[in-house]
Design a protein around this ligand. Structure first.
Ligand code: PDD
Length: 284
């Protein structure tokens, strides 16, 4: 069965799925995207993803082509054509195609592409052991809250992490405050209190982050939504990261310093367990 993708109204073979070379997403990163988890054929937290997509589009002045309802119909068709029940959806909306010019050439027809792929879960033993991360300077633009495809700093930081054999790179401001990972949000736990950067222009307000905040409240875990420093992270009892693709992954080392006792802690583990229920224990 061939893999099928969606490009501007058409469902076509993935190997032939392409956009025009003058798509502004390709030339200017003038595009936004979402990654949505699919579990048992259902989109996880889709309302929050659509809300964020609409916000991203609004912030850069791209007019939404179609409603959430229409997106849902197209996504259901894409899942059906790929016979996908567990995996993820990538959805990108660019401003559209026009002769290259920085100036936005008036109202345009946005280009919409969607791909799906099977779930690639991080091996259970990796999650059980926890992972190391490094810190790197955050060299991104000042609107990390908009989910644009302009991800070069994130890509280079992730490559640094790969070269140094760690799972993720936590980006930090010149004054040593941790913003977030390259494709994940950053969390620490100190004296039983959860600490994570507030939703602001310096980070992407993760949908997983929002789900975890809700779970933390349900579990009566204290929360301090504020930026924390790298020094605080080194001295934390626990640390972990979160995203749609990684879910929740405990961190046991930051820049070669052991975090807590060097194994995933109770708060990270409790949040992960409850998050897994959030993903899997829905009716099929
Ligand atoms: N990344 N921060 C950044 C910079 C991200 O790119 C992401 C998501 C997150 C976590 O957001 P969420 O919980 O909504 O996935 C935080 C996606 C998964 C990606 O680029 O593949």
């Amino acid at each position: 069965m061939p893999r099928i993708s969606y490009v501007n109204g058409r469902f076509i073979r993935h190997s032939q799925a392409a956009v025009h070379i003058e798509d502004r997403g390709y030339q200017f990163a003038d595009a936004v995207y979402e990654v949505i988890a699919i579990v048992r054929g259902r989109l996880i937290d889709d309302e929050l993803h659509f809300e964020r997509l609409e916000r991203s589009l609004r912030e850069i002045g791209i007019e939404m082509l179609f409603s959430r309802a229409i997106f849902r119909i197209k996504i259901a068709e894409l899942l059906r054509l790929n016979r996908l029940t567990n995996g993820s959806l990538y959805l990108q909306v660019s401003r559209g195609v026009a002769p290259r010019n920085h100036k936005i050439p008036g109202p345009m027809t946005p280009a919409v592409v969607m791909t799906v792929r099977p779930l690639r879960e991080i091996p259970a033993e990796v999650v059980e052991q926890g992972v190391p991360v490094i810190t790197v300077p955050d060299i991104r633009w000042k609107r990390a809250d908009i989910k644009t495809v302009g991800l070069l700093p994130n890509v280079l930081a992730k490559e640094e992490a790969v070269q140094r054999n760690v799972y993720e790179a936590w980006q930090m401001t010149p004054d040593g405050l941790v913003t977030e990972g390259t494709s994940t949000n950053a969390w620490i736990v100190k004296d039983g209190v959860l600490i994570t950067h507030p939703a602001a222009s310096a980070i992407l307000n993760g949908v997983t982050r929002l789900a975890l905040l809700k779970i933390a409240a349900e579990l009566d875990i204290g929360l301090d939504e504020r930026a924390f420093s790298v020094a605080e992270a080194y001295a934390a009892d626990e640390a972990f990261l979160s995203s749609t693709s990684a879910f929740v992954v405990p961190i046991i080392k930051i820049d070669d310093r052991q975090i807590g006792s060097g194994v995933p802690g109770p708060v990270s583990t409790a949040l992960l367990e409850r998050y897994k229920e959030h993903l899997w224990s829905r009716n099929a």
